[in-house]
Write a protein that binds this ligand. Sequence first.
Ligand code: SF4
Ligand code: SF4
Length: 485
Amino acid sequence: MSVPIEKPMLNNNNISAIKNPNSQRQNNRIPIKLIPTLQVDSLPSDKIHMRQQKGYFQRIRTGMNSLLVALFFLLPFISYQGRQAILFNISEQQFIFFGTTLWPQDFTILAWVLIAAAFLLFFATVFWGRVWCGYLCPQTAWTFMFVWIEERIEGSRNKRFALDKAPMSFKKFSKRTSKHLAWGVIALLTGCGFIAYFIPARELYVDILSFDASFWVATWVWFFAICTYLNAGWMREQMCLHCCPYSRFQSVMFDANTKTVTYDATRGESRGPRKRKQATDLGDCVDCNLCVDVCPTGIDIRNGLQYECINCGACVDACNQTMEKFGYKTNLISYTSENGLVDKAVPFYESYKFLGYGIAALIMLSVIGINISNRTAIELNIIRDRQTLYRETLTDEVENSFTLKIRNKTQQARHYQIYVSGNTSYRLAGNSRLLINAGEQLDYPVTVLADLKALESNPSAITFTVSEQHNNNHVTQQSNFFSPL
Ligand code: SF4
Ligand code: SF4
């Protein structure tokens, strides 16, 4: 990842202006001031190589990231009622979640889940800032995993910088090859892990590793593997800086009580190096630069809140380590809010944004609860025979024909019974009991008869009920019964 190096643009006009300031007045130009910029040679490399940091927040981050990665890979292997517990079965248009099957018609529930998740994220962001980015985002988890592998193979940060600068040799070639191979294996497993949510996992891994997968399955696995490799191996913080929309709009959720990683400039400035236990008038920042070295996005948090900061807490741990070495109070860099810095932090329940997002998230969760509780395991659609409205029989009865589209939304075969009811005593001709296999939809033609003399209006309402045998599951739908009245 290249670090852009700003150089002042010099031309004949402004060079002469530096030499002779009076010439500036003559051509009405604003005098320029040369600010020393970083020399290319002073940079260790054009890459960000973060220093590995240990500490309280890094233990939390590593723990949460490890849990996330383990769940990602293991969840598709969990079985429930004899099937993969979580599966987006695209070919059969089903989303199976621990025995509950959602069909395209139920996808409003999924939409509500996504909306609720967004509000929960906003709710957390108002008080805890970018806690998602630092501790739960897959981009962070996979990037740190790839950096960990890089460090195991190529060595510490300084060794990696040295390797970047070193000419190609057998040692450099073998280290680079091993690193990219290791990254490739993780990326391929990640591709499989992702597709395992769409295709039964146990077959997928075997098919991919034995080169027996179908063309499209292999294409998707490799597509996600390449994305992972590029993302976590090469792009890393560029994704957070340039592609992630969340980093751009999160600031609208922030207020003076939002906790972010903050440098206490009042305490730290003026910064400067010193020896341990040396009396000094300087602030507490010893300018060790550790907070910059450990930063995955390569920023200096001492410059204030920046959108590049993913709140990973690495600089907090690094600075605390330095403060302890120098015998200073810790938390020169800490998770604190603007109000917290001046001892005016208010409890979270007094923040209107926090309460607002919390209430919105609760409403969304209630809507999901209501949607799920109203969901039936049977789906019924009634289609009238459009060719003939009604037929009269020789026995003074009127008959109407319908097609019932009944879907068994469960993962087991079920027996159903069809009933008809209304103001008139309707009667079903033919068999009213049927068996539907798991997840199947049956188009079932039925004929309903009614005594012509008993009919009071045209059309008259008729209610169909499809009831599952041996339990209370049933679904009803109304239609019209036509007659010559
Ligand atoms: S500034 Fe600190 S918290 Fe922010 S990304 Fe860099 S190391 Fe992480
Ligand atoms: S780690 Fe702390 S002491 Fe070192 S430069 Fe950063 S803020 Fe200053």
